[in-house]
Design a protein around this ligand. Structure first.
Ligand code: BES
Ligand code: MN
Ligand code: ZN
Length: 492
């Protein structure tokens, strides 16, 4: 369920709410604006700070109950820690959202000093991120045990009219992330290429985007031999999905956002080991990121043209599936020896990236859960960032930083290209274990030639296999914010 967010002015002490969240920095003293609130709580707030029960550290929380009635029933203190304020506040809001959802209070209000612009947007995004839950496939909880889902959040600001932009932006990003996380959580039997098409069409209908989807027959006509090789084993019709948003001048070069949409990846004939294979339902996280970003961009009405491109299919084991050693020809004419059918994402993206050139994009950014190697290189902390244009790489790195989604550049040195040499084709689709994320990036670069392009390897960051304190195990919403921030940076 999406949360209804609103902003208001006023004294938090006098607001009737089941939960008031107060975000405070490290080593806080009682803000003047909260003196009345402290009185309402019988001085408990001031005492908690003086006695250092609450020190405002990162991920620190303290829940207090009001002694009387009227005003807030509960007070949740959350620490924003030291360091970057927007980042700290966003994280604190995320934790608050999770706690509010867990308490089952249904509604809450949020106070932090000088909430405006980036900090307000961060608070909204955080509250939404932290309260997200996936319940749609569970049996409904019996009425007596049911907790109220967090349905409305009010944030205190000084300037209500001035808060509108940041509020709209925060809600837009929050909605985009919700779409992306839900899709990544949905299993492969439910989230199919057709389902991604339906979702794209829903987004398109909501915001008047042009949405087209090409199937196997059209892809054959476009000679997309690499993409089709991956889709060869499945009866599901593979889909190349195109979403066009026109926020800029008619005919102005768009930003292209490209997503790997493997609705499930068994590895194909080069089959993956059974333990953990179920995670491969998230192999469409890049595509989910594109859809989420398109939703957010359209809601924000950014003044730039954007085209979203998704390569959707399923990599399965089948008598007709592509086999190791098969040679196929991609739409740009290059031949590829498929030495490992599990390196399928780059095959799909090869044709989608080449297709992107039709739009003459000012810049293309793709996101893909491309390699296990990126988890070895950067763990679950940062996504791998690679590209053929350092200016655009820097722009994407800055966007990811603004969006709180850490990225780190890996080099596409020419030396790595040697690893992609094949005895019987222009390229092979694997480059061995060494520098695995980079050779995957080098492979993509062969198909992005001639356009400024950046690749995000989100295999380690789009989905968390552990509880992250601020959010449960599961999809993180990445790379929606990086996409959105990049496009925002290009909007005029
Ligand atoms: N979808 C996987 C990448 C992946 C692996 C994501 C682990 C998240 C966790 C991709 O299609 C894949 O299988 N890549 C292979 C490439 C190899 C065969 C060169 C990999 O990383 O093992
Ligand atoms: Mn694979
Ligand atoms: Zn894959």
């Amino acid at each position: 369920m999406s949360i209804g967010f609103r902003v208001k002015r006023g004294d938090p002490a006098r607001t009737a709410t089941p939960l008031l969240v107060v975000a405070l920095p490290a080593e806080p003293s009682l803000p003047t604006a909260l003196r009345a609130l402290d009185t309402k709580f019988g001085g408990a707030l001031g005492r908690a700070l003086r006695r250092k029960d609450f020190q405002g550290g990162k991920d620190e929380t303290l829940l207090l109950f009001a002694p009387g009635t009227g005003g807030p029933e509960r007070l949740l203190l959350v620490g924003t820690g030291t360091g970057d304020r927007v980042k700290g506040l966003t994280r604190a809001a995320t934790l608050a959202g999770r706690r509010a959802q867990g308490l089952g209070v249904g509604a809450c209000t949020f106070w932090a000093a000088d909430l405006a612009d980036a900090s307000l947007e961060g608070a909204v995004v955080g509250l939404s991120l932290g309260s997200w839950q996936f319940k749609e496939l569970h049996a409904p909880v019996p009425a007596a045990k049911r907790k109220k889902p967090l349905a409305s959040v009010t944030l205190f600001v000084d300037d209500v009219a001035g808060a509108k932009r940041a509020l709209t932006a925060g809600i837009a990003v929050a909605e985009g992330q919700r779409i992306a996380r839900r899709l990544a959580m949905l299993p492969g039997n439910l989230c199919t290429p057709d389902y991604l098409v339906r979702t794209a069409k829903e987004i398109g209908k909501r915001h008047r985007l042009t949405v087209k989807a090409y199937g196997r027959a059209e892809m054959k006509r476009m000679k997309m031999g690499a993409f089709l090789a991956v889709a060869q084993g499945t009866r599901q019709d593979p889909k190349l999905i195109v979403l066009e948003y026109q926020g800029g001048k008619k005919g102005a070069a768009p930003v292209a956002l490209v997503g790997k949409g493997l609705c499930f990846d068994t590895g194909g004939v080069s089959i993956k080991p059974a333990p953990g294979m179920e995670l491969m339902k998230f192999d469409m996280s890049g595509a989910a990121g594109v859809l989420g970003a398109m939703e957010a961009i359209a809601r924000m009405q950014l003044k730039v043209n954007v085209v979203g491109l998704i390569g959707a299919t399923t990599n399965v084991v089948d008598g007709d599936a592509v086999r190791p050693g098969d040679v196929v020809r991609a739409s740009n004419g290059k031949t590829i020896e498929i030495q490992n059918t599990d390196a399928e994402g780059r095959l799909v993206l090869a044709d989608v990236l080449h297709f992107a050139k039709r739009f003459r994009p000012q810049a293309t950014v793709d996101a893909a859960t491309l390699t296990g190697a990126v988890v070895i290189a950067l763990g679950h902390v940062a996504m791998g960032v690679m590209g053929n244009d350092q200016g655009v790489v820097d722009e994407v790195l800055a966007a990811s930083k603004r969006g709180g989604e850490t990225g780190w550049q890996l080099p596409l040195f020419d030396e790595f290209k040697e690893q992609l040499r094949s005895d019987c084709a222009d390229l092979r689709n694997i480059g061995g274990r060494d520098g695995g994320s980079i050779t995957a990036g080098c492979f993509l670069a062969e198909f992005a030639e001639g356009m400024p392009w950046v690749h995000l390897d989100v295999a380690g960051t789009a989905y968390s296999e552990t509880d992250l304190v601020v959010m449960p195990k599961g999809p993180t919403g990445l790379p929606v914010r990086t996409f959105v921030e990049f496009v925002r940076g290009r909007a005029r």
